[in-house]
Write a protein that binds this ligand. Structure first.
Ligand code: ZN
Length: 313
């Protein structure tokens, strides 16, 4: 079984976007920049730094352009942003993001609530974004993130056939990459194995990332199921913060520090210095005083003998 697991994996930090959009506390631009800088110093080379949504909808994301501008001054950082539509994508292109993620909800009900568009209308937006990117000559990559891929709080069941149809449609519309998200924490390892296997067959090298929420405690188990298929990039959020304003009860991404610990324990190199990440967690949790935070490693600490035990072997 070990032979099937990747030797390296990337934990893409989505705390500054997925995490902060779901908390009431507004961090300052300076705090966000400090977070990004220190996450990179801890070895997190891919960070989703914000979201180009209208500030009246998500005031937490109002300074995304400034945070992106700062992120681009940091050598070695691959900075991504979330864009809900063409207008957001134009900001991402202007700001020189390395990658922009266009989310698409496979659940019609969630898509209408979250984006006020049907999933197929979002595919149309992907086509326009691709055209805008190509016309601008920009190198910004475009990822289509298929969310509510395992079900939806509003709609209930979301059919795998519909998830895969929309993923193919995003690829056909010009997405450079696609990913799958369990937006509300309905997935389990067997469901992940089944859907990811089909998605990998469909997207091949263009499959990019798994995004799991820990709403029901299964995020790390779901990561493991995807790892076994060779998936080597996962979204996670420091202190496990995150959620979705239109997915009632959804809480918490996989916690970055817990995931980093799991992968290192398994001998999978993430390049992350877990001690530094835990120190950053303490700082961010202090900034978010009174907000719920998650994860378990921060309570117990690293095991006494822990020194990336399997990396040498
Ligand atoms: Zn999420």
């Amino acid at each position: 079984m070990k032979a099937c697991l990747p030797q390296k994996a990337v934990i893409r930090e989505v705390g500054p976007r997925d995490g902060l959009q779901s908390v009431r506390t507004l961090l300052t631009t300076e705090q966000k920049c400090e977070w990004v800088r220190e996450a990179l110093a801890a070895g997190q080379v891919e960070i989703e730094v914000g979201s180009f949504v209208p500030a009246r909808l998500l005031p937490q994301m109002a300074d995304t352009a400034q945070v992106l501008h700062y992120a681009r001054t940091l050598p070695g950082l691959f900075a991504s942003v979330l864009v809900p539509n063409l207008r957001g994508a134009e900001h991402a292109l202007e700001g020189g993001a390395d990658l922009m993620v266009l989310p698409l909800s496979a659940s019609l009900a969630h898509s209408m609530a979250n984006l006020r568009k049907t999933p197929d209308e979002v595919v149309g937006e992907m086509r326009r974004i691709r055209a805008a990117r190509d016309a601008s000559g920009s190198k910004t990559l475009i990822e289509g993130g298929v969310g509510t891929a395992f079900g939806c709080t509003l709609q209930g069941e979301v059919k795998a056939s519909e998830v895969l149809r929309l993923m193919q449609a995003l690829l056909d519309a010009g997405a450079d990459r696609v990913s799958l998200a369990d937006t509300v924490g309905y997935a389990d390892p067997v469901a992940v194995a089944r859907l990811f296997e089909q998605a990998l067959r469909l997207a091949g090298d263009r499959f990019w990332c798994g995004h799991f929420h820990d709403t029901r405690g299964l995020a790390l188990a779901n990561v493991y199921a995807a790892l076994q298929l060779g998936v080597d990039r996962f979204d996670a959020s420091l202190a496990g913060i995150g959620g979705c304003p239109h997915a009632p009860g959804a809480s918490g991404n996989a916690s970055s520090e817990d995931l980093a610990f799991m992968l290192a324990s398994m001998g999978i190199d993430t390049g992350i210095d877990i001690g530094k990440l835990l120190a950053l967690r303490r700082k961010v949790a202090r900034w978010l005083d009174g907000e719920p935070t998650y994860g378990t490693l921060w309570k117990a600490g690293l095991p006494g003998h822990f020194d990336r035990p399997h990396l040498a072997g």
